[in-house]
Write a protein that binds this ligand. Structure first.
Ligand code: HEC
Length: 395
């Protein structure tokens, strides 16, 4: 991935030639043209890697990373699937608060699965700093950790091919799936890729983007969809009624050209950028929200990639300092954090705001995982014997 940054700058220039409004600033594209960089990363992670595999399928899963002997794979590996973590935490929290289980879109309960993959730069940083185990987190307490600029991670959601008709409200038949979806198999079952988060360390607070298959019924629900680079309709408002589906995100000439020039399976043209995030708040003080209808199912209304990942932290015992980043759970649903990071997530203090570096009475209570939630969430507890399996291991 070393050539990624140079490639991004070059793309900024060529897209200016293509006349894209968003790409007119060729410098610092991760901040000036985040939707364009999101697509560039999407193409990078999904390019062909031999057979029908894509590049991300050659990367390390949580199962490869969070175990006593972390191993980076030497060949493509099948998806290492588990139940989606966040909707599960959200449902359990709401239940514990005395609420009913939030309603799920059709198909979700029967079989949406999930995996995380990270490239070698990300894997090496975690392993070299012992961040895959609780003893390492305890030892790293108080450190300032920052991943290298070529770090990239994805989180992908898959649905069994046999369940795609139900999942899409019968918009897609089983026979159509191989032409419309990226497909892979695990444990003898064929799965279709329905959603993908892509993050990169091109800027200090990472780049954040989420993609959905065009036929996901709740794709633009609640938050709408936004893609100023790749979609002819840059802003798609949400429907009044949930789960009704949205028109295809017809590609702009600039994105169509990028896809054509890439070594990528044409099935990936059926995916849409739902949104990208480059800051916590906008320039009129409003909190920025981005969430995926599958991955953040049940709390899209209070989803901010950057804010929730900005709570990825552990205490001196090597334990996560929040429940997957959520602020609270009420019978009405889970509440995710929005807007700026708060000092009391990382410090105890006995004075009133403003709280700033060097203020008397500050005591550190948490160490930041540099936005990588899987570190405090998935680390194996090697202070126990035998060491239990990671929370995040796939089947
Ligand atoms: C309410 C909190 C929350 C929100 C909102 C959220 N995430 Fe996460 N995310 C997590 C947690 C917790 C994990 C680790 C467990 C897992 O894999 O589900 C995680 C895992 C990930 C991973 C795997 C690597 C890592 O960092 O551990 C990626 C990539 C990711 N999220 C991207 C995103 C993107 C992009 C968005 C916004 C569209 C987003 N997340 C929104 C909490 C959140």
């Amino acid at each position: 991935m070393r050539y990624l940054i140079a490639g991004t700058f070059a793309l900024g220039l060529s897209a200016v030639a293509a006349g894209s409004a968003q790409a007119q600033s060729a410098s610092n594209p991760a901040l000036n043209a985040p939707d364009q960089v999101a697509w560039q990363l999407f193409i990078q992670v999904n390019s062909r890697a031999g057979g029908s595999n894509s590049v991300f399928e050659t990367w390390a899963s949580d199962t490869d990373t969070f175990q006593p002997n972390p191993q980076f794979p030497t060949a493509p590996t099948p998806p290492s699937l588990r139940r989606p973590v966040l909707p599960q935490v959200a449902r359990e929290g709401v239940q514990a608060a005395g609420g009913l289980l939030p309603a799920l879109p059709p198909g979700i309960s029967d079989g949406v699965t999930e995996e995380t993959r990270r490239n070698k730069a990300t894997f090496d940083f975690i392993v070299q700093n012992d961040l895959y185990k609780v003893s390492g987190l305890k030892a790293a307490f108080g450190k300032n950790l920052s991943f290298p600029v070529d770090a990239v991670e994805v989180k992908a959601n898959w649905v069994p091919v046999s369940a795609i008709p139900a999942f899409t409200n019968n918009r897609v038949t089983i026979a159509q799936v191989p032409q419309l979806y990226h497909v892979n198999s695990a444990g003898g079952v064929q799965y279709a890729l329905v959603a993908m988060h892509v993050i990169s360390k091109l800027v200090p607070n990472w780049t954040w983007a989420t993609f959905e298959h065009k036929s996901n019924p709740a794709r633009c629900d609640i938050l709408g969809c936004r893609d100023a680079f790749g979609a002819q309709q840059a802003v798609v408002p949400s429907n009044r009624t949930a789960g009704q589906g949205y028109p295809d995100c017809v590609k702009t000439p600039a994105l169509a050209a990028l896809l054509k020039a890439a070594d990528i399976d044409p099935v990936y043209e059926n995916y849409c950028l739902k949104g990208s995030q480059a800051d916590f708040v906008d320039n009129v003080g409003l909190d920025i929200r981005v969430g995926n209808s599958v991955t953040e199912d049940g709390f899209v209304a209070t989803a901010s990639c950057m804010t929730c990942h900005g709570r990825a932290a552990w205490n001196k015992n090597g334990q996560a300092t929040s429940q997957a980043g959520f602020l609270s759970f009420s019978p009405n649903g889970p509440i995710g954090p929005l807007g700026a990071l708060l000092p009391n997530w990382y410090w105890s203090f006995n004075s009133q705001p403003p709280i700033f570096e060097g203020k008397p009475g500050l005591t550190r209570t948490a160490t930041s995982a540099d936005f990588v939630w899987s570190i405090p969430f998935c680390a194996i507890d090697d202070t126990q014997s035998p060491v239990p399996q990671s929370n995040c291991a796939g089947k």
